[in-house]
Ligand binder design. Structure first.
Ligand code: NAP
Length: 308
């Protein structure tokens, strides 16, 4: 199937283009970006022009930041195209619900991707926790924003979500691997006094069986990043590290290696191919609900100004 990629920036170049090029399902038929392009691929700067001039391209993958996303998705759906969304699927929950309704109305597929859920050991962690009553779960997501998001001013603007831009990846894993639903009971958001979004966050959650569930996000951590989810259960200790790539249960790695495709983005594109062929919508907003709850319930604490 031919696919067009919109928003040629960091994640498009780092992950989407290699995944599409390596996939037996997809051919990168065009890009849309005001400044970016991919060598050898027809480049458009205007999305409306692409939709009008390339009716044979039935699928659009959007890699824009969340705030400008809604207008692009709505236009693509109205033009009868299937759409794949980078995380987070939108700037607000309401616009995501509106897009889901629009996709249903126009009978196109819509896939809100959560790339971290495709990390190598997430399924194994989920399988362990399914049979291991939880006592405690702690998320530690600490990285250096200057290294991982160099110069991306949009992340500190309203809708950019700040430290929740990476933090939502952790929440996407937590909401996938925990058998029980959790909800936020309190949060503290460290907001630089010259920015609109938090650079650090502490979150506490209610767990129906009384387990202590918390998350700690820090965007000023120097050195090696930490993307860890640690759990104490009645069946022992689970450590999910490297953003879901490494799993240790009671001190040992699980025995069987996962089969099938390797890599988060190749898996996402394989799933999009299946979704388009089968028809349907995959729009799980659970990770985003927790972020919205943190902005609703969280206590803001002013911290030192941030400069790149
Ligand atoms: P980015 O490089 O800052 O932006 C992607 C591209 O979107 C830009 O190069 C720009 O292309 C276009 N764009 C930016 N603002 C726009 C606007 N207002 N209107 C229209 N186009 C605009 O961001 P990114 O890091 O690739 O992230 C994009 C999305 O992927 C985000 O939702 C992010 O959470 C997600 N993501 C990022 C990473 C990562 O490591 N960076 C990892 C996973 C997921 P033109 O200037 O050429 O139009």
């Amino acid at each position: 199937m031919e696919i067009a990629l919109v928003g040629i920036g960091k994640i498009a170049v780092d992950q989407h283009v290699p995944a599409i090029n390596a996939s037996p399902d997809w051919e990168l038929a065009a890009t849309v970006s005001r400044n970016g392009s991919v060598p050898g691929v027809p480049a458009y700067t205007d999305f409306t022009a692409l939709l009008a001039e390339r009716p044979e391209i039935r699928v659009i993958s959007l890699c824009l930041p969340p705030v400008p996303r809604y207008a692009y998705v709505a236009e693509a759906i109205r033009a009868g195209r299937h759409v794949m969304l980078e995380k987070p699927p939108g700037a607000t929950l309401s616009e995501c619900h509106a897009l889901e309704a629009l996709a249903t109305k126009h009978r196109v597929s819509l896939y809100a991707t959560w790339h971290s859920r495709q990390a190598e050991q997430v399924a194994a962690a989920k399988a362990f926790l399914a049979a291991a009553p939880l006592k405690r779960l702690e998320v530690r997501w600490r990285e250096d924003v200057r290294y991982w998001h160099p110069g991306q001013d949009w992340i500190f603007e309203p809708g950019g979500m700040g430290v929740f831009d990476p933090g939502i990846n952790a929440l996407s894993i937590v909401t996938e691997i925990l058998p029980d639903p959790i909800h936020l009971t309190g949060a503290e958001l460290g907001c630089p006094e010259n920015k609109q979004t938090p650079i650090a966050a502490e979150m506490d959650f209610f767990h129906p069986q009384g387990a202590k569930v918390s998350a700690h996000f820090d965007w000023l951590a120097q050195g090696t990043p930490e993307w860890t989810i640690e759990a104490e259960t009645e069946a022992g200790h689970m450590l999910l590290e490297n953003g879901g790539a490494k799993l240790t249960i009671n001190g040992a790695a699980p025995e069987s290696a996962p089969a099938g495709l390797t890599g988060e983005y190749p898996r996402l594109y394989a799933q999009m191919a299946e979704l388009v062929q089968a028809g349907g919508i995959d729009m799980d907003l659970a990770p985003m609900r927790h972020v919205a709850d943190a902005f609703t319930l969280g206590r803001r604490v002013s911290v030192a100004p941030f400069h790149w």
